[in-house]
Design a binder for this molecule. Structure first.
Ligand code: PAP
Length: 353
């Protein structure tokens, strides 16, 4: 069975030809601005910038913070992506459970092609990381400013993005295109981001200490942040257009995955039949996509799906409330006050443990 490969990494090939060192950790920092056109670099220079987490800089682009390579990809995406009816877009701010939602959505939408029952050893999720099955616009498809040909993809085409709603909305304005947003409480999202960043960052960038990272997070300085603006924009859109945007919470999925999976199925217009439920399909999808199942797969222990990012770092603890082990009481108070200030009264609430 062929799984489409979305890897369009021309720059890496070029470097290989030139015989340069391919040490992935070193390259990320050093190549941050390599391969970018003169005009693009000029445009970058005009943007406000701050110290980055895993690259030298974060730039303020279209009102949110992101890295230069991401800006290049997002610009290509915004210019070239043509939505089709029935497209599904998974949206998150990093470390909210994207990998999990990709696994669930892929398995759900493809359940008639690939039977999710545990005896089926051909299931793509057993040999491919969810990021290969549901590609990111900005890290895979449009990375390096590429323009992929997406017309041959099976329907419903399923994509993912970390781009805030304001920068996504024009690209999904076609009837039938649906967005699924997964939100995680900001405390755990921060801790997960901090761990991940320090696991994958370039050696040429010094590690971000917990205190420093926390301060940056609270000032909104995180990829695709400020986090409160990211969450709030999708939240508001989900209230305004519940048929277009489904808003899910990581903590709810942890508490009751079956009913959230059914909610997702209904939203995507592929509800489970009674017979499927009787046959245990819901449970089989839940099991196949669980943290424990995915973490132990060879592809997720040793593989790399997004360039230079080892899959194993995507499966750390997968728990609610790990922040308690890291944040001091004054830090917890600061973040709590910030959440109240930015999101209080909006109806968007979180569970922290
Ligand atoms: P990404 O933004 O880089 O794609 P993302 O998948 O959103 O990362 O988030 C990773 C978090 O989801 C990790 O949380 P942790 O650091 O607190 O452990 C990861 O463990 C968790 N995660 C990954 N897969 C699952 C899963 N199947 N079930 C529950 N949590 C998961």
């Amino acid at each position: 069975m062929a799984i489409p490969s979305f890897n369009v990494c021309h720059n890496l090939e070029l470097l290989k030809e030139q015989g340069k060192s391919l040490d992935p950790k070193r390259q990320e920092g050093e190549r941050e601005e390599e391969g970018l056109s003169y005009e693009f670099q000029e445009m970058l220079e005009s943007l406000p910038k701050e110290r980055g987490w895993r690259t030298r800089h974060l730039y303020l682009f279209q009102g949110f913070w992101c890295q230069s390579k991401e800006i290049q990809a997002i610009m290509s995406f915004q210019k070239h992506f043509k939505p089709l009816q029935n497209d599904v877009v998974i949206a998150t701010i990093p470390k909210s459970g994207t990998t999990w939602l990709k696994a669930l959505t892929y398995t759900l939408l493809n359940r008639h092609r690939f039977d999710p029952v545990s005896s089926n050893t051909d299931h793509p999720l057993l040999t491919s990381n969810p990021h290969d099955l549901v590609p990111f616009f900005e890290y895979k498809l449009y990375a390096n400013g590429d323009v992929p040909d997406l017309f041959g993809l099976a329907s419903p085409r399923t994509f993912a993005t970390h781009v805030p709603f304001g920068s996504l909305k024009d690209s999904i304005e076609k009837p039938g295109v649906k967005v699924v947003y997964l939100c995680r409480n900001p405390f755990d999202t921060f801790i997960s981001s901090w761990h991940y960043t320090n696991s994958i960052k370039s050696e040429s960038v010094s590690p971000v200490s917990l205190d420093e990272g926390f301060d940056m997070y609270c000032r909104g300085l995180i990829g695709f942040g400020p986090f409160w603006e990211h969450m709030l924009a999708y939240w508001k859109e989900s209230l305004k257009r519940p048929d277009k945007v489904l808003f899910l919470r990581y903590e709810d999925l942890k508490q009751d995955i079956e009913s959230n999976l059914k909610k997702l199925a209904s939203f995507l217009a592929v509800p489970f039949t009674e017979e499927e439920e009787r046959k245990g399909i819901v449970k089989a999808i839940v099991e196949l996509c669980s943290f424990e199942s995915l973490k132990k797969l060879e592809v997720n222990k040793a593989g790399q799906s997004i360039k230079n990012f080892e899959n194993r770092h995507l499966f750390r603890k997968g728990e609610v409330s790990d922040w308690i082990n890291y944040l001091s009481p004054p830090q917890a108070e600061r973040l709590s006050a910030l959440v109240d200030d930015k999101l209080g009264g909006t109806g968007l609430t979180f569970r922290y443990c």
